[in-house]
Write a protein that binds this ligand. Structure first.
Ligand SMILES: Nc1nc2c([nH]c(=O)n2[C@H]2C[C@H](O)[C@@H](COP(=O)(O)OP(=O)(O)OP(=O)(O)O)O2)c(=O)[nH]1
Ligand SMILES: [Mg+2]
Length: 314
């Protein structure tokens, strides 16, 4: 078996979502390709320690806030690498090119540098995802109020909505979906369908969110959707998201929630344990989540939180 080379890389994030990419210096494999700053773990080092050392060596900065994010394995001709990506949200010191690299601040979905290291495709897709995934409140709002609130969100932001309205029959769901997709989206918001795959494949949506049961019944990634995510509750379901190459998982419920009052919550310890295994897709915490729990969820390695009632004026 090939030896695994462990690597830590940092995604330096500005408050407006821009992130830093650097060109690989001459003399290294894939010289001139663009990457996230970082490098190999040294003996006895944790990924976070390596990240801090590498960013000091390569950029001359002192990282003061970093949370684990995605983990990606990739088999290059020169090495089998296991990449540990961190979201870096605070640092000290002025950035300098210590190894002759070029730097560029980039926006997800509008990349201006190329070529990118081949392992980084899923990472860039992950960066296009929001920190809040908003599920509609399943019948708690009438259609008019729901459409009007989505319209307001989209006028100001690129919010993502999962249209979870299981009480509607297929025709009513399709009509509501059509109505929402006709709203203006100046910032590029997304609408993700929920429920029947067959129905969703006929609707003008950006993606489909699978239930855990649908997820486990799939033998391949559902076709015809830009984005495919799934609800998960355990390691086996997370592994299925990875095997199918889906874009995100929602994991929970983490805390007690009014929507599942009879099921015991996972709790943050178990949530953190499941995320620590390192997945190549972003995970959202669900269950009792809101903007207030976002930093805690991210400290455990989450992309963000899935919010249900907390997102709406019901
Ligand atoms: N830093 C970094 N490495 C990446 C990314 N994506 C990716 O596939 N890699 C691969 C390329 C390399 O095979 C490996 C990182 O090794 P490296 O050459 O940067 O290591 P290093 O900074 O410690 O450099 P050196 O001491 O070996 O000169 O991980 C990424 O986004 N950032
Ligand atoms: Mg490096």
């Amino acid at each position: 078996m090939r030896k695994i080379t462990r690597v830590a890389a940092g995604i330096l994030l500005q408050p407006d979502g821009q992130f830093l990419m650097a060109s690989r210096p001459a003399g290294k494999p894939y010289a001139g390709y663009w990457e996230f700053p970082g490098g190999k773990l040294e003996a006895g080092e944790s990924a976070l320690e390596a990240l801090k050392r590498e960013l000091q060596e390569e950029l001359g900065i002192n990282v003061t806030a970093a949370t684990p994010w995605l983990c990606q394995r990739f088999d290059y001709p020169h090495a089998l690498v296991e990449l540990h990506f961190f979201r870096v949200t605070a640092w000290e010191g002025a950035m300098h090119s210590h190894e002759g690299q070029q730097f560029a601040w980039q926006q997800a979905g509008h990349l201006q540098v190329s070529p990118i290291l081949p392992a980084n495709g899923p990472i860039l897709r992950g960066l296009s995802q929001p920190q809040l995934l908003r599920f509609t409140p399943a019948g708690l709002l009438d259609n008019e109020a729901l459409v009007s609130q989505i319209k307001q969100y989209w006028a100001q932001s690129d919010a993502w909505f999962v249209l979870r309205e299981p009480q509607l029959d297929a025709d009513s769901y399709a009509a509501l979906c059509q109505q929402i997709t006709q709203l203006p989206r100046p910032h590029g918001g997304k609408l993700i369908a929920h429920g029947s795959l067959e129905l969703a494949s006929q609707l003008p949506v950006d993606g489909i969110h699978l239930s855990a049961t649908q997820l486990m019944a799939c033998t391949s990634r559902p076709r015809g959707f830009d984005w495919v995510g799934a609800s998960t509750h355990d390691q086996q379901q997370l592994a299925q998201v990875q095997t199918l190459g889906l874009d995100y998982a929602v994991l929970g419920h983490v805390n007690n929630t009014a929507s599942h009052p009879d099921e015991p919550p996972l709790g943050w310890d178990e949530f953190g344990c499941l995320l620590k295994q390192g997945w190549s897709f972003p995970c959202f915490a669900i269950g009792g989540q809101s903007v207030a729990t976002l930093p805690l969820a991210q400290s455990y390695g989450a992309q963000g939180v899935a919010v249900l009632r907390a997102a709406w004026q019901c």
